[in-house]
Design a protein around this ligand. Structure first.
Ligand code: ZN
Length: 365
C-alpha cells in the first residue's frame, strides 16, 4: 500500500505509510532534545527537505533514463530512501553508467549550490557545532547531500556505485562476468565495513555492512540467476548469425541451410520485416506433402512472437512459452537484429550457472 503524493514530469510519486513513522520518530526525538514545538517543526522540516533531495536524486535517474527512451513506472519514498522503478535497465553499459551517475550528480549540484549560498552569506557555522540535529538548516542540508553522494557511490550493489562499477567493467568484459566482479567487490567492502564497525563499536557501519552484504549476495546467489534473466537484455543472449528466407523461396533452400548448419528455425522476411517463421517440424511435414519444390510462404507459421532487443530475457522466455513458439524474432527499432529460441535461453542459463560454479570455486579468478 502506498499513497500518491502527486505527479512530476509525468512520473507519479508515492509515499509508503511507514514514512510517517519516520516523521513521528524525528518529531519525538526533537521534542525530547528541544522541548519546544519550534524544535519539532524544524526537525520535521529538515527531514522533508532531505527527502525532497532524495526525490530529486530519483528524478535524476528517471529523467536520464527517459533520454534513452526508458520510462519510469513510479517513484516511491520509503523511510530508508527513494526507489525509482524503471521499466527496464539500459542494455548499453554506457547508458547504464549515465543513468546510475545521474542520481548522485543531482546531490552534488544541490550541495554545490548550498555551499555557494552559504559562502556568499558567510553563514557557515564551525563544523564541530554541526550535526544532523543542530547547526544552520542549510549547512546541515548541504552536509546531508554530501553524505548521500558518498553513500550512494559506495561501489557495491544495491547502491548506484555498484551499478557504476558494473557498467564500467561491462564496457570491457561480458555482462554477467562484470556483475560477478562487482558483486565480489561489494561483499569485500561489506566485510571491511562490518569489521571496522565492530572494532570501533559504530552501529551505523555495521548496519551499512549488512545492507551492502545482503544487496551484493542477492546479486550473486543462485536464485539470482533466474531473476538475473530479468536483468539481462535479450540482446545479450540472442542468435545474431542466422539465415532468413523469403516467402517465395523453395523449401529446398531451407533444406540446404538446415543441412549445412545448425539452424532449425528460419525467419521469413519481406523488406526487413518478419512475416513468418519456418520451423523444423513444419518443414518436415511440408516436405512430405509437397516435396522440395513447395514454397516457404505456403507452409510457414505467421504467428511469430516478436520481442524487443531491450526486453529482458525472462519476459522473452515467458512470451515464447505462452505462445508455444520455439523461436521469436528480436527487433530493434522495427528491424530484425536476432533470434531468440528456448534452446538458446537454456544454453545461456547453463553457461551462467557454470560460470557461477566456477566463481564459487575460484573466487578470485
Ligand atoms: Zn540512486
Amino acid at each position: 500500500m502506498t499513497w500518491r503524493l502527486g505527479t512530476l514530469a509525468g512520473i507519479a510519486v508515492y509515499m509508503h505509510p511507514t514514512f510517517l513513522l519516520l516523521l513521528a520518530f524525528v518529531a519525538w526525538q526533537h521534542w525530547r532534545i528541544g522541548q519546544s514545538m519550534a524544535a519539532v517543526a524544524s526537525g520535521v522540516a529538515f527531514i522533508l527537505a532531505l527527502f525532497g533531495c532524495v526525490v530529486l536524486h530519483e528524478f535524476g535517474h528517471a529523467l536520464t533514463a527517459r533520454r534513452f527512451g526508458i520510462r519510469t513506472k513510479d517513484i516511491t519514498l520509503l523511510p530508508i530512501g527513494g526507489v525509482a522503478r524503471l521499466e527496464r535497465m539500459p542494455d548499453d553499459p554506457v547508458q547504464e553508467l549515465w543513468v546510475a551517475l545521474a542520481g548522485p550528480a543531482v546531490n552534488v549540484v544541490i550541495a554545490a549550490v548550498l555551499y555557494a549560498w552559504l559562502s556568499a552569506a558567510s553563514a557557515f557555522a564551525p563544523i564541530e557545532q554541526v550535526d544532523v540535529v543542530q547547526g544552520p538548516f542549510l549547512e546541515r542540508l548541504m552536509l546531508v547531500n554530501v553524505f548521500l553522494v558518498a553513500f550512494n557511490m559506495l561501489p557495491a550493489f544495491p547502491m548506484d556505485g555498484g551499478r557504476v562499477v558494473r557498467a564500467l567493467l561491462a564496457t570491457r568484459m561480458e555482462y554477467t562476468k562484470a556483475t560477478q566482479v562487482a558483486t565480489a567487490l561489494g561483499q569485500s567492502m561489506a566485510f571491511l565495513f562490518g569489521l571496522l564497525g565492530l572494532l570501533s563499536g559504530n552501529p551505523m557501519l555495521i548496519f551499512i555492512a549488512l545492507f551492502v552484504w545482503v544487496g551484493a549476495t542477492q546479486e550473486a546467489s543462485v536464485v539470482q540467476i533466474r531473476s538475473a534473466l530479468g536483468g539481462i537484455p535479450v540482446s545479450r543472449a540472442m542468435i545474431t548469425e542466422f539465415h532468413t528466407l523469403a516467402p517465395e523461396d523453395p523449401l529446398s533452400l531451407a533444406v540446404e541451410y538446415l543441412l549445412r548448419g545448425t539452424q532449425q528455425d528460419f525467419p521469413v522476411m519481406v523488406e526487413g520485416q518478419v512475416v513468418g517463421v519456418l520451423a523444423l517440424r513444419d518443414l518436415q511435414v511440408a516436405l512430405g506433402q509437397r516435396g522440395e519444390a513447395g514454397v516457404v510462404g505456403d507452409v510457414m507459421r505467421r504467428d511469430v512472437p516478436v520481442v524487443d532487443a531491450h526486453d529482458m530475457l525472462d519476459s522473452a522466455f515467458q512470451t515464447l512459452q505462452a505462445t508455444g513458439a520455439r523461436v521469436g524474432a528480436v527487433t530493434r527499432e522495427g528491424r530484425v537484429v536476432g533470434l531468440v529460441t528456448l534452446d538458446n535461453v537454456g544454453e545461456f542459463v547453463m553457461v551462467q550457472s557454470s560460470l557461477d560454479a566456477h566463481h564459487r570455486r575460484h573466487p578470485t579468478g
